[in-house]
Design a protein around this ligand. Sequence first.
Ligand SMILES: Nc1ncnc2c1ncn2[C@@H]1O[C@H](COP(=O)(O)OP(=O)(O)OP(=O)(O)O)[C@@H](O)[C@H]1O
Ligand SMILES: [Mg+2]
Length: 385
Amino acid sequence: MSTGESPSEDEVFLEIKNLHLDFSVYQGTVQVLDGIELSMKRGEIFGVVGETGCGKTVTTRSIVRLLESNAVIDEGTITFMGSENLLKIPEDEMAKIRGRKISIIFQEPMTSLNPTMRIADQVGEGILLHFRDDMLKKGIELAEKRGSPLAGLHKRLLETELKSPNSILLKLARRIPFINGYNKYPRNASRIDSVEILRDVGMPSPERIAMEYPHELSGGMRQRVLIAIALACQPDLIIADEPTTAVDVTTQAKILNLLLKLREERGTSILVITHNLGLIAEICDRVCVMYAGQIAEIGDVVDIFNHPLHPYTRGLMRAIHNIGDNKELEEIPGNVPILLTPPSGCRFHPRCPRVMKICSEKRPTLQEMETGHKVHCWLYQEEDA
Ligand SMILES: Nc1ncnc2c1ncn2[C@@H]1O[C@H](COP(=O)(O)OP(=O)(O)OP(=O)(O)O)[C@@H](O)[C@H]1O
Ligand SMILES: [Mg+2]
């Protein structure tokens, strides 16, 4: 589907430019993201890879503005499907995008699910939130046809703005039995949709699972529930944060196939975050390698695996290639820096085998070397003004 080249201006679907993000903490400021740049095309499966703590989750949470309150974004723009800068739009507009156009499969299946809600209600919550009006209109029509007093209540709900997903009205709406053909299933229409979505993600016995609580499911099933929640509103972009770390190898393969099928059947674009280069090789069209809050390299997956340019990416690739040769795993010497006092210039310079004087003095810019292959390294850049 994708040609592996970076998107032209007309093709840009998601674009992050010069994103700088800090966290204020007791000890000072953690300077996490330092000028992140990346762009995706529609229908692309794009991977973000990097060691733990390099800022993968924070980058993607910035897109939907789900960051802790100590986060400060000093600079940068994020545009999506021709939108204004997502970092600046009002919260109610963002709420319409979140879950409906962009959804996230979170990293921790257990903590992202609500332990007190049935699976069906968690999968259906987004549908209720984003399609509530359509559902209420359908309810009014049916109630009027049957002369039911529920028509009035539906109308009142329709006239009331929903303030937040936890508002009393939403809770009430969830409890209203839609008096129509749905009554052979418990409680409401969004639960019916939930069962169908659970079926779509390959959940065995979806009717039964729908009525269970998260603790009753296995890790792999909970991961599927998270995927079902992300799919519920048929978003244009799914962000999958470590979608397979919590599950066994067989379930991993099923989940990857599910993501591929989703792109094939619905053209959904997928941003996959992982430490796992094997997963990137298997499903991604392009990949971005991150190091300590900076982009090291971006390009077509085959290009990056066969011709890595950045010394950090080369280290990563050597580490995996050696596994096959039965040699000792070659580690990159040194540790990931502490971002309270990040290294100046290129943040990889204290560990870099090719370090030069300029590397600690100035940050390189992201240079396009061949079509679509970009690298952030002084080895490939002339020092000018
Ligand atoms: N609320 C916060 N306050 C302070 N620092 C934070 C906060 N959230 C994240 N960080 C720091 O930001 C950095 C990036 O975190 P992030 O979760 O994005 O890493 P990651 O690449 O997703 O790692 P992993 O692979 O382990 O999931 C880390 O150093 C982390 O400690
Ligand atoms: Mg993470």
